[in-house]
Design a protein around this ligand. Sequence first.
Ligand SMILES: Nc1ncnc2c1ncn2[C@@H]1O[C@H](COP(=O)(O)OP(=O)(O)OP(=O)(O)O)[C@@H](O)[C@H]1O
Ligand SMILES: [Mg+2]
Length: 305
Amino acid sequence: MYSNDFIIKIDSLNKSFGKIKALDNLNLEIKRGELLGIIGPNGAGKTTAIRITSCILQPDSGNVLVDDMSIHRDQIKIKSMIGYLPEEPNLYERFKARDLLRYFAELYGVPKNRIDDRINELLKLVNMSNRADDRINTFSKGLRQRIGIARALIHDPKIIIFDEPTMGLDPATAHNIREFIRGLKGEKTIILCTHYMDEADSLCDRVAILNQGKIIDMGTPEYLKSKIHGDIILELKVENPNNIDANLIKDFDSVEDVYIKGNLFIISLKSKNDIKSIINVFNNDILSVNTKEPTLEDVFIHTIK
Ligand SMILES: Nc1ncnc2c1ncn2[C@@H]1O[C@H](COP(=O)(O)OP(=O)(O)OP(=O)(O)O)[C@@H](O)[C@H]1O
Ligand SMILES: [Mg+2]
C-alpha cells in the first residue's frame, strides 16, 4: 500500500491532563474513503484523539498528518478539510438554525453564491427544513444534533469526524442519522466514535478499540468477532449469580471463557458438546437460555477486561 492511501496518520501522540494520561503513544492510520469506528470505555481517549486530529487541542508530543499536512503547521488547511461533530455541539443558542449555518458557511469560506443552496441542501438532508427559522434554544437534543451535523458538513469537508452522533437520540432519529452516515461511505473519509456496538458493526469498515490511550485491537468487525475464542456464545440468565462457581464452568473442555454481567453468565464455547452439562451445573437456577454468534459487544467486553 502506498503511504498516500492513508489520509490520516496519527503518529506517537501523547497527551496528559495533570496526572491523567489520556493518550499514550497513540498510533492510528485511516485510509482514504474509509469509515473507521473508534470504540472504547469512558475516558479511553477517543475524544482527545479526535480533538487533536481536528486541531482543537494540542498534543504534548507526536504528530498527526492529514493529507500529508501537519497539525503543528497547517491548522487552517486541516480545519477546512475536516467536518467535526463534537460530543456536545456548542451551538449559538440565540441564532436561528439557518443563520447559524450561514455564519459557519461564511467562516469556512463557502462561496457566497453557493451558501443559500448549500444551507437548503443540508437542512433537507437532516430533515430540518421546516425548523430552519426557529432558534436553536427552542430545539430538543435530537434536533440540535441534526443541526450540529449540518454545521459539521457545511463546507463539504473531505473528512468527517463524528463523536457519538446518535447518543441520546430516539431510535428513529438515530436510524436516520446512521443511514445518512452510511450514504456518505466511500465518498468521504469518516471517523465515528461510538458506544453503540451495533452501530459500529453495521457501519464501519474497520473498528479500532482504544483503551487507556492506546489502540489495543483493530480490524474489520468480522475479524474482531472471529478473534473471540469460541464460535458460540451461550448466555444463561440466572436467579442468583453468587450461587454459582464460575470455575466449575471453565473446567469444561469446550469452554473458552466465562464472564458475568449482572445476572447473565456469558460463556464462549468452541463447540456445542458440553452445553447440556453446563446447564446442569446451574441446577434449577436458570431463568433463560440463549445461544448466539459473538457480537462486537462481546469483543468489547472480552478485550477491555
Ligand atoms: N480538558 C480536560 N481536562 C482534564 N482532563 C481531561 C480533559 N479532557 C479529557 N480529560 C481526561 O482524559 C481522559 C480521556 O478523555 P476523553 O474525553 O478523550 O475520553 P473518551 O474516550 O472520549 O470517553 P467517553 O467515552 O466518556 O466520551 C479522561 O480521563 C478524561 O477525564
Ligand atoms: Mg468522548
